[in-house]
Design a protein around this ligand. Structure first.
Ligand SMILES: Cc1ncc(COP(=O)(O)O)c(C=O)c1O
Length: 445
């Protein structure tokens, strides 16, 4: 019974597995991706800033992606909370529409002057599906050229109907497209990020048949400018739309999509996750020629009209701009990378550091990396950190918490060196080796 387990995460997790297939609604929150065997806290009772309290009231500092990348201002931000409460007091849902829809549209279009219109929804994958529908409606073509991860929907998972390996480097190896209609086979075609060979052999070849070219403008690395310029030229020449998925990259280095920093303008830019600091919100920003199809096809959902999402997005963007948060996140991200680099150097370990500063990750170049990263997570947890091989910098990663994090990394890296030298690292694990996660996050094609 829930009431018997609600203060014991290990028992609750076991109970949950019987009631909820997969335990979590998000693959990335599966405890096995951190510490299998019940040692990961899995559930939280409350959170504030980067502090997270488990069910047993133990307090942790969050140095992972902080809410899967949603909460760059920190959890339970007072200004976002105030806005959400105000929206609730005025009624989160209504027969009439929320005026914040219009306020947010005005703000988003001012930030992205190449665009004319916006539409909203509430999740990332959903926003991408809307963009795909609009693209297909625009030029009456069905094929989509894509790179990276864009959500769970049929259009995307259908990539694996042609080959079970299509999504290996874009999401996870061997994903079964079970339940996806077979007639979608061949409708989406993968290409590699920032790869001139694929630009020539895949994108050029299929662009004339494709409704859109879909990619994140940046994830692990910034693409080369020539690459993006060439990509845009191909899209234009073939009347194929260019769609930038900014669900993770947006709001990281500036108050807009990262494409504004790259100065390459797409036909549509897609926002989700981070846009309202942990409140569900998604936005499709695009050129009128495409967006006008929103009323020609059928796009409609009751909860795309609730008020908390757009209200909090307005608040988030205003606060982001005021704090110059993009610059802050870049600076803090660079510090985190420095911590890893120095901890590895101090411990005689070789390290590979990937990602732009606010979306950074590391990998120690040692035998049995899966064992080493499990040990790192386990020992960080003992020192009251939620941590992994990836850290998205956060406004609330302050000097004090960064210092603690640095000390912990130094200690644990040096233990990793010592135990792996003596072949004892695996025996130091309190449970099984963790499941390795997303290929899309490794940055390696
Ligand atoms: C680039 C990108 N696109 C799409 C998605 C899917 O968003 P959601 O999980 O909100 O459906 C994600 C989520 O991680 C993402 O990072």
């Amino acid at each position: 019974m829930f009431k018997n387990y609600k203060k014991n995460s290990k028992k609750l997790q076991k109970y949950a597995a019987k009631l909820i297939p997969g335990t979590s609604q998000l693959f990335g929150k599966k405890p096995e991706l951190y510490l299998p065997g019940g040692n990961w806290p899995t559930y939280y009772s409350k959170a504030k800033g980067i502090n997270v309290w488990g069910l047993d009231n133990k307090k942790y500092l969050d140095f992972t992606m902080v809410g899967i990348g949603t909460s760059v201002l920190g959890y339970s931000d007072p200004d976002i909370n105030k806005k959400a409460i105000d929206m609730m007091k005025r009624s989160s849902m209504n027969t009439l529409n929320a005026p914040e829809d219009v306020e947010l549209a005005e703000i988003l279009l001012k930030l992205h002057p190449w665009a004319d219109n916006v539409r909203y929804c509430r999740t990332g994958g959903e926003s991408m599906s809307i963009a795909i529908r609009l693209a297909r409606a625009y030029n009456n073509r069905e094929k989509i050229l894509f790179c990276g991860y864009h959500g769970w929907h049929d259009w995307y998972l259908s990539a694996n109907l042609r080959s079970i390996k299509s999504l290996n480097q874009h999401l996870l190896p061997g994903l079964d497209p079970l339940g996806v209609p077979k007639f979608l086979r061949g409708s989406v075609i993968p290409f590699r990020f920032n790869n001139f060979h694929d630009l020539d052999k895949v994108i050029k070849k299929y662009a004339c048949k494709a409704a859109a070219i879909v990619m994140e403008p940046c994830r692990e690395e910034m693409p080369s400018r020539e690459y993006l310029i060439e990509l845009k030229k191909i899209a234009k020449r073939n009347n194929t739309l260019l769609i930038f998925d900014e669900i993770t990259s947006g709001w990281r280095v500036g108050t807009s999509g990262i494409h504004m920093n790259l100065n390459i303008h797409p036909d549509m830019a897609i926002f989700g996750k981070t846009i309202a600091n942990g409140i569900a919100m998604g936005a499709i920003v695009g050129k009128r020629k495409v967006m006008k199809n929103a009323t020609k096809t059928f796009l409609s959902s009751a909860f795309w009209t609730e008020r908390i999402g757009p209200g909090c997005a307005v608040e988030f963007i205003k606060k982001h701009k005021k704090l110059n948060l993009g610059k802050v996140l870049v600076k803090k991200g660079a510090k985190i990378k420095e911590i890893w680099k120095n901890a590895a150097k101090n411990s005689n370990l070789d390290i590979e550091i990937n990602g732009i500063d606010p979306l950074a990750s590391f990998k120690l170049k040692i035998k049995n990396w899966d064992v080493a990263i499990t040990y790192f997570i386990q020992e960080m947890l003992k020192r009251k950190f939620l941590a992994s091989d990836r850290c998205y910098s956060n406004y609330k990663h302050d000097d004090k918490s960064l210092k603690k994090y640095k000390d912990a990394c130094n200690e644990i890296f040096s233990e990793i060196y010592k135990y792996s030298k003596s072949n004892k690292l695996k025996s130091k694990l309190d449970g099984p080796v963790k499941q390795m996660g997303f290929k899309r996050l490794t940055g390696k094609n």
